[in-house]
Design a protein around this ligand. Structure first.
Ligand code: PMV
Length: 321
């Protein structure tokens, strides 16, 4: 048996535009997903994923991807199907997943577990996948299940650290960052990322030139933010967060609850604040001077948010034992 873990992620800059051939910046967070796998004689998949209520799930390998699949098993089935199509195995596989974080926060638990399975498969069957191969298998599976998405969450889980990422993994560049001072607030509102991508696409259909310019504007913010991040210019990075938030607001994904938390964080002394991810719900992030951390955290709570204590820029997928 082998256990592998991968981190969750936070989007720093560039959400939505990154779905359409623009770059983004993302960081890996210390809320990890764990996947253990073991070989089986029988040609079946056995899956235990208690966190997503999949218990005693069993399926012949030849039926992977077919029939009615419980939500919590979709990514594992999709990626295993891809793996054995390229690298046939003799018997079957027992898979157990465990999460350090609730899937409600939107830290990317599905993508992280998909990445873990590819890495664990590589270890157990000696396929020696590179990071890019792990990314490609896992991203393919994510597209099989949800049909769209940039793949930035898959890249963050695979590479860890902080990355400059281009749609589909065309560029995945590690960025050296030292102690990014973030406060993260969870809105308590659950969002469906695919639905929000669709809503933005609908808006883009009505105003294609306008929305294309917004995406180009966001791409410009990402390029500058990359420089400021590397030079640790937090004042400017905070301002760029506010500008990025303005663009997201114009795409219609800000949402009242997140906006209230974001403005409260700014008023309490943050360098800047923005939503992180698809918008409307999930999380916001604030970049804060050290001496304002407590004030900003209290302001976010005062606005009805929950402050999530986490570290960023952590290690990507790794073997645990
Ligand atoms: O909510 P999340 O973390 O799945 O992120 C959404 C970010 C989008 O750019 C809207 C989608 C994507 O796949 O990049």
């Amino acid at each position: 048996m082998i256990t592998v873990s991968a981190p969750g992620k936070l989007m720093l800059f560039g959400e939505h535009a990154v779905v359409y051939d623009r770059p983004c910046l993302a960081t890996a967070v210390d809320q990890r997903m764990f996947v253990s796998i073991d070989k089986l004689e029988e040609k079946t998949l056995e899956l235990e994923a208690l966190d997503v209520e999949v218990i005693g799930y069993k399926k012949p390998l030849e039926d992977l991807g077919k029939g009615d699949i419980p939500k919590g098993a979709r990514f594992i089935e999709a990626v295993l199907k891809r793996l054995i199509a390229k690298h046939p195995i003799k018997g079957g596989l027992r898979v157990e997943t465990r999460s350090e974080f609730s899937s409600t926060y939107g830290f990317g638990s599905s993508s992280a577990s998909t990445v873990c399975l590819v890495k664990a498969f590589s270890e157990v069957f000696g396929t020696g996948f590179s990071k890019k191969q792990i990314f490609d298998f896992a991203y393919g599976a994510v597209l099989d299940v949800q049909g769209k998405g940039s793949g930035y969450d898959v890249a963050a889980a695979t590479y860890g650290g902080t990355i400059y990422f281009m749609t589909g993994g065309e560029t995945i560049e590690p960025i050296e960052v030292d102690g990014l001072p973030l406060v993260v607030g969870y809105s308590g509102v659950k969002v469906d990322t695919v639905q929000l991508i669709d809503e933005v696409a609908e808006r883009a259909k009505n105003y294609p030139e306008v929305v294309a310019r917004i995406y180009d504007g966001i791409a410009g913010v990402v390029e500058l933010a990359k420089e400021r991040l590397m030079s640790h210019d937090w004042t400017s990075l905070g301002e760029l967060m506010n500008i990025n938030e303005g663009y997201l607001s114009s795409l219609g994904v800000e949402g009242t609850k997140l906006a209230t938390m974001i403005y409260a964080a700014r008023e309490a002394g943050a360098y800047g604040a923005k939503l992180s991810g698809a918008g409307i719900g999930d999380c916001m992030i604030a970049l804060v001077p050290k001496d304002k951390k407590q004030d900003v955290a209290e302001a976010i709570e005062g606005a009805g948010g929950e402050v999530v204590d986490l570290s960023v820029h952590v290690e990507g997928v790794r073997v645990e034992k």
